[in-house]
Design a protein around this ligand. Structure first.
Ligand code: UDP
Ligand code: MG
Length: 331
């Protein structure tokens, strides 16, 4: 089983760190590690792979232990439970000591063969190289939903989050340092990565379909992610609420003026109760919706002020006990 590892080379830094969150990926891990290490060995032997076991319940942890035993460059962090994709990536980044840190998924949707291209972009001087999907290989409904979301996000966000780029990216140590220093709990990694700035560039690739198993994002989790993106990087929903309030008040005022006017002229206007009920229900709906939108922001404020650690580490293998140079979530 996993040990609280005391590793001799724990403190040393490497050239390339690859961070991979893992949640029940037993079918994919073996081919992933084979393809990844082959690719890396060919271009840069000074690397580490940091898997973050995000509370897997299948044989993924045993596989990770096996990989670590066979190749000490493969290291892993075991979280105390499932904390979610974004938090798992953040955890891996916290532990990464590479001059460049690459975040990729563990389901082979992000092909390891793309890494050499991204690394050479970094060597050219770019501090962030984010992978851009040329074409998705998911079903039409999911693709449409993603496309709609990214367009909506870029329309309302105060950041220019690149279209069709996910978390698959390479970040220079400078960028990683800034990411680690960010205290926020809502870790929409691609947003944070855009926020820090530096020289960024896209790198096109063909996104594969999942190698095995099912996406861990169900509809509800995707909605949460989408809301995190929208609420954390946009004030447009809040502004919509006030604009709508203004518009409704304006029309109500016009209508009142009309009623008074009609009354004075002697045309007694008695409207049916139906219209009254419709208006009351409509406004009730709008008010609840507005409260909900404000609630989304307040909920996140509450989450932030609690200042809980982002994640709890159960064990580390091949890595220092607490991530080097990070603040805020020692365990
Ligand atoms: N993942 C994770 N924790 C979770 C959900 C997913 O660490 O709670 C990992 C998962 O094992 C995979 C990556 O995050 O390596 C992306 O997940 P998934 O493929 O389900 O997302 P999608 O590609 O559908 O966006
Ligand atoms: Mg996937």
């Amino acid at each position: 089983m996993a040990l609280m590892g005391k590793d001799t080379n724990a403190e040393s830094s490497v050239m390339i760190s690859v961070v991979i969150p893992v949640y029940n990926e037993e079918e994919t891990l073996r081919p992933l590690v084979a393809r990844l290490t082959e690719t890396l060995e060919a271009i840069e032997e000074d690397y580490e792979v940091i898997f973050v076991d995000d509370g897997s319940r299948d044989s993924s942890p045993a596989l990770l232990a096996e990989f670590h035993g066979a190749n000490p460059k493969i290291k892993y962090v075991t979280l105390s439970r499932n904390f979610g994709h974004q938090v798992a990536i953040s955890c891996g980044i916290d532990y990464a000591s590479g001059a460049a840190v690459i975040a990729m998924d563990g389901d082979l949707q992000d092909p390891p063969e793309v890494l050499p291209g991204m690394i050479s972009k970094w060597r050219e001087g770019f501090e962030v190289v984010y992978a851009v999907r040329r074409r998705r290989k998911e079903n039409i409904a999911k693709r449409a939903a993603y496309t709609a979301f990214y367009r909506l996000l870029s329309a309302v966000s105060y950041l220019d989050i690149p279209l069709d780029s996910g978390d698959f990216s390479l970040m220079d140590a400078r960028v990683v340092e800034e990411l680690k220093a960010m205290p926020e709990r809502n870790r929409f990694v691609r947003g944070l990565r855009t926020w820090v700035g530096f020289k960024q560039t896209g790198y096109e690739y063909e996104r594969s379909s999942r190698f095995a198993g099912e996406s861990k994002y169900n509809f509800a989790r995707l909605m949460r992610l989408a809301f995190d993106g929208l609420v954390s990087y946009s004030f447009v929903p809040l502004r919509m609420v006030s604009n709508f309030g203004l518009a409704v008040s304006f029309f109500a005022f016009l209508y009142m003026a009309y009623l008074i006017f009609a009354r004075v002229l002697g045309n007694v206007v008695i409207q049916g109760w139906l219209s009254t009920v419709a208006i009351v229900l409509f406004l009730g709906g709008i008010q609840l919706l507005s409260l909900g939108i404000i609630g989304e922001y307040i909920g996140r404020i509450f989450d932030e002020v609690k200042q809980r650690p982002h994640y709890v580490v159960r064990a580390v293998n091949g890595l220092p006990q607490s991530p080097p140079g990070h603040r805020g979530h020692e365990v």
